[in-house]
Design a binder for this molecule. Structure first.
Ligand SMILES: [Zn+2]
Length: 498
């Protein structure tokens, strides 16, 4: 792989960032770091950003007595701050209210208006959109927003209403999309989600309305040939993956497109796996290589909800554990793609077990022994054993961490079994111990054990780089120094658990 382009979804600014957003952004960050170590900094592009148009945003802004732009500026800043606090290494942050993004979306719409489907039909056509309309809200609402069949804000049953919209002729693209998914040209992971998408295609997916009248959506990008209509959600949002690269002529577009990995949550699966490839085909642009979908999150076994008060603010985690430890604690708990329960209650226990007693203790013991018994000097042939690489390439984050932690556990028990301090004591006294090992033999054995441990630490630190770049560097600096010294302060201070 000579370049790597990874994206998170752009997050909708109707709410501030929570741990679900953080999870997707963290895994993108780990992969970006990993590929930077493999193919070089300049060959990786990591994109995240915010989705800022729509009636909901306009409403929320009105409630807060500010303009929609001011409202989205505020929330978008909260996302930027949260990622800054988590030490996320994105190369660009796209906003759908950026002038550049809006301009390119208008160009994309114009191109789509001219384009034909594989069957020779117009890609965009005028049609009747029928939906549930709340007169109080003055907008269409979806069935999922209703409470007891009523608009929760107005306690009224919405009317069925139709309006003229622009539609995307998705059905004409489905056979090609199906073929590309089946052949693996477009990878959808996990396997269960791929089957789900193929199932959807088999059932038949209705064409998608891509606009709304100005009456129902006032905050959005104008349909360039129809001033009564605004772009509705998906053409605007999905295009971010190429507008951020300055499609069609930008250097970054030429260098980084197609995306290697689009990351997303389950709720946007359909639009990403069907409409987005169809849009790209209509534009004559190559499809992304893969889409990785993760399931819903629960917190300590419960659904995340404002009512339960269990919506976790990533900034709070960072305040408590620091950025790198927070990322470790989140990623080490469950496999990617699974329904994921974030056990916040277990974080302190896991911190002490894995980081204090596991990694921190190993670094302390090894560096202490090398300092004490070898005068800090040890001859090690530092080889990269690519620990956890295969797992990371497959996006198996927890498994990559488990591989690293198996080495940590192995080394800690090796020390317990071999008791290098006994060998060292024998060396100091110059007397043969029980078991027949003589002075020189003990010295040799001790050196071998410490060489093995130091080489392991080197590899542990290297493989931790994508997850904990700062801690990784700290460890590497210690063990590759001319003279190894035990760190003056523990790498991970112990947490007092009440
Ligand atoms: Zn209403």
């Amino acid at each position: 792989m000579e370049k790597f382009y990874i994206t998170t979804p752009i997050y909708y600014v109707n709410d501030k960032p929570h741990i679900g957003h953080a999870y997707t952004t963290i895994i993108a960050d780990v992969l970006a770091h990993f590929w930077r170590t493999q193919i070089g900094e300049d060959n990786v592009f990591f994109l995240t950003g915010t989705d800022e148009h729509g009636a909901k945003i306009a409403e929320a802004a009105e409630k807060n007595n500010i303009s929609p732009q001011k409202f989205t500026d505020n929330i978008s800043t909260l996302f930027k701050e949260a990622w800054h606090n988590l030490e996320i290494s994105n190369d660009y942050f796209v906003r759908t209210t950026d002038e550049n993004h809006k301009k390119i979306v208008v160009d994309i719409l114009k191109t789509l208006k001219q384009a034909k489907t594989p069957q020779g039909n117009d890609v965009l056509y005028e049609g009747e959109y029928e939906g549930l309309y709340c007169i109080g809200c003055e907008k269409f609402i979806t069935a999922s927003e209703l409470v007891d069949d009523k608009c929760p804000d107005h306690n009224k049953v919405p009317e069925k209403l139709s309006e003229k919209n622009w539609f995307f002729k998705l059905s004409d693209f489905l056979p090609s999309i199906k073929e590309k998914i089946e052949s693996g040209e477009l990878i959808i992971y996990p396997e269960g989600r791929k089957k789900e998408v193929l199932g959807l295609i088999k059932q038949g997916v209705p064409d998608i309305s891509i606009s709304r009248s100005n009456k129902s959506v006032s905050w959005g990008i104008d349909i360039p040939w129809d001033k009564d209509q605004k772009t509705y959600v998906w053409v605007d949002a999905l295009s971010n993956y190429i507008t951020a690269l300055e499609y069609p002529a930008g250097e970054n577009f030429k260098k980084f497109w197609p995306a290697d990995v689009h990351l997303m949550g389950l709720e946007i699966l359909k639009f990403h796996t069907l409409l987005w490839p169809a849009m790209l085909m209509a534009l004559g642009v190559e499809l992304p290589k893969s889409m990785y979908i993760h399931g819903f999150f629960t917190i300590d076994g419960k659904k995340m909800s404002k009512t339960l008060g269990n919506v976790i603010d990533p900034n709070e985690l960072v305040n408590q554990y620091g950025a790198e430890v927070s990322k470790y604690l989140i990623l080490s708990q469950f496999a990617f793609g699974a329904e994921s329960d974030i056990k916040i209650e277990d974080f302190p226990i896991k911190y002490n077990a894995d980081l204090v007693n596991g990694l921190g203790n190993l670094v302390n013991r090894v560096t202490n022994m090398v300092e004490q018994y070898m005068d800090g000097k040890i001859d090690v042939d530092f080889k990269d054993m690519n620990l956890g690489h295969e797992e990371l390439k497959q996006l198996h984050f927890r498994e990559a961490l488990l591989t690293i932690w198996q080495v940590i556990a192995k080394d800690n028990s090796l020390i317990d079994q071999e008791k290098p301090w006994v060998l060292a004591k024998d060396k100091v006294n110059g007397e043969a111990r029980d078991g027949g090992l003589g002075h020189e033999a003990n010295k040799e054995k001790l050196t071998k054990i410490l060489q093995e441990l130091t080489l392991d630490l080197y590899n542990i630190a290297l493989s931790l780089k994508p997850f904990m770049p700062k801690k990784s560097k700290e460890i590497l600096d210690i063990i590759t120094a001319k003279q190894i010294k035990k760190p003056s302060e523990p790498l991970f201070p112990r947490l007092q658990i009440k």
